[in-house]
Each structure stands twice: as C-alpha cells, then as structure tokens.
Design a binder for this molecule. Structure first.
Ligand SMILES: C[S@@+](CC[C@H](N)C(=O)[O-])C[C@H]1O[C@@H](n2cnc3c(N)ncnc32)[C@H](O)[C@@H]1O
Ligand SMILES: Nc1nc2[nH]cc(C(=O)O)c2c(=O)[nH]1
Ligand code: SF4
Ligand SMILES: [Mg+2]
Length: 214
C-alpha cells in the first residue's frame, strides 16, 4: 500500500530541471521528522518547508498496487503534451521509504521518466532516471553519486565542502527558506556569496515560491 499526501501537475521549481513540466507525487511520512510542529525542534531535520502528514491533499490517497498509483500519476499528465517526455518527481516526505522497483517499472511502461528528491539516508531502488540528493545535517549519507546534489544552505553540520568531492553531475545550493519562522533572514545573500566564491556550486532558487505556481 502506497500512502500519498498529494499528487499534482506543475513545473519542477528547483535545481537543474527547473521549469520542466512534471507530475509531483508527494509520499506521506519521513524518517527524519514526524511532520508534527511540536517535534520539529528535536527532529533529525528541523527546517522542512513541507506538510507530508496523511493522505488528504490534492490528488492524495492510498493506492493498493503499483499499477493503480502509476495510472493515477499518468492521468495527471496532459493528453496533448506534444513531444514532451512525461516526467514524474517522487518527493515527500521521504520517497525512498515507499518507492520500489515495481512502481518504477509501471511508470516506465507508460512512458515516464522517473525523478526522485531524497535526503540521501536510504538506499535507492535501481531504475531511477534522475536522482536529486539533499543532505540533512549530520545524518549519514548513504548515497554518494547521482544527478544533482542540492544542498540547503546554510547548515552548520552540513557545509558544502563536505560534499564537493562526491560523484554528482550538478552541485546546487538552495537558500534555506525560514519564512515565516524568520522574515528577516539573509540566506539568499549568503548563498549567493558562497556561489560567487566557490563556482563549483550554482544557486537554486525555489522558483515555484517566487512565481506562486504551487
Ligand atoms: C521537502 S523535501 C522532500 C524530499 C526529501 N525528504 C529531501 O529532504 O530531499 C524536498 C526538497 O525541499 C528542500 N527543502 C526542504 N525544506 C526547505 C527549506 N526550508 N528551504 C529550502 N529548501 C527546503 C529539501 O532539501 C529537498 O531538496
Ligand atoms: N514546483 C515545485 N517544485 C519542487 N521541487 C522540489 C519540490 C519538493 O517539495 O520536493 C517542489 C515543490 O514542492 N514544488
Ligand atoms: S528530510 Fe525532507 S521531508 Fe524529511 S523533514 Fe527534512 S526536508 Fe522534510
Ligand atoms: Mg517543496
């Protein structure tokens, strides 16, 4: 049984695929935070910007089989998409708690490329087409290669220098969004300064928040 918080059609807002039409499938649950605000301060990941609790969001639900979830995702892709390759981004919560080879195979069989946004603490199944790893503090990384490493910045216990030698095609820093926790933060300026001084790293802004498309 797959538990999905929400599933919707949008543009990828972040990283090297920013701007690409995508079905987002947000799985419920995470191994680094319960999702309850009262647990945030003591969680293994404390800055999450996402509600991943339950299955009550837009397009969310419980799916008994990989075929049923693949069909649900496929139905969200426009029928008149021209030459665009259908693209699904599995996120969460932590998608590697639920994503399995059978679901990937079902999506490939209906023509989708499969992307994943993960915190990097769990081993991914084979067959993922685009792997984005976003390390979280001192939580041990078990993934040391992929398509993009997208580090939320700054994190005292996860400096960029700790990841710069790993085997990724793209290295991004994404400013930590502290609103509404701290409306006066300067994380965008600090992240920009780091990228200027260390050009291996590129700036990833969360364009969906700027443009307001989800
Ligand atoms: C909500 S997470 C879900 C996927 C996975 N659990 C992970 O952490 O990568 C999706 C993306 O949002 C990023 N993110 C989460 N909270 C953020 C924040 N406050 N500011 C900027 N990016 C954030 C994560 O680092 C990750 O790249
Ligand atoms: N548009 C849009 N792009 C995104 N890229 C990563 C997201 C995520 O929450 O994983 C996200 C999201 O929530 N919305
Ligand atoms: S690991 Fe990802 S989903 Fe889990 S709490 Fe952190 S940012 Fe949120
Ligand atoms: Mg998000």
């Amino acid at each position: 049984m797959y538990q999905v918080k929400e599933a919707f059609y949008t543009l990828q807002g972040e990283g090297a695929q920013a701007g690409r039409a995508s079905v987002f499938c947000r799985f419920s649950g995470c191994n680094l935070w319960s999702g309850r605000e009262r647990d945030r301060a003591t969680a293994r990941c404390t800055f999450c910007d996402t509600d991943f609790v339950g299955t009550d969001g837009q397009g969310g639900g419980r799916f008994a089989t990989p075929a049923a979830l693949a069909e649900h995702i496929s139905a969200l892709w426009p029928s008149d998409a021209g030459t665009a390759v259908p693209y699904v981004v599995f996120t969460g919560g932590e998608p590697l708690l639920q994503l399995d080879p059978a679901l990937i195979a079902n999506l490939h069989s209906v023509g989708f490329e499969v992307a994943v946004e993960t915190n990097g603490t769990l081993t991914p199944p084979a067959g993922i087409d685009w792997l984005c790893v976003s390390p979280k503090g001192k939580n041990p990384l078990v993934i040391d290669q992929g398509d993009e490493l997208k580090l939320v910045y700054p994190q005292t216990e996860a400096p960029p220098e700790a990841f710069a030698q790993l085997d990724f095609r793209h290295f991004f820093l994404q400013p930590m969004d502290l609103s509404p926790l701290d409306a006066n933060d300067d994380t965008v300026a600090r992240t920009t300064a780091y990228c200027l001084a260390n050009p291996q790293w590129r700036l990833s802004l969360q364009t969906h928040k700027i443009a307001g498309f989800d």
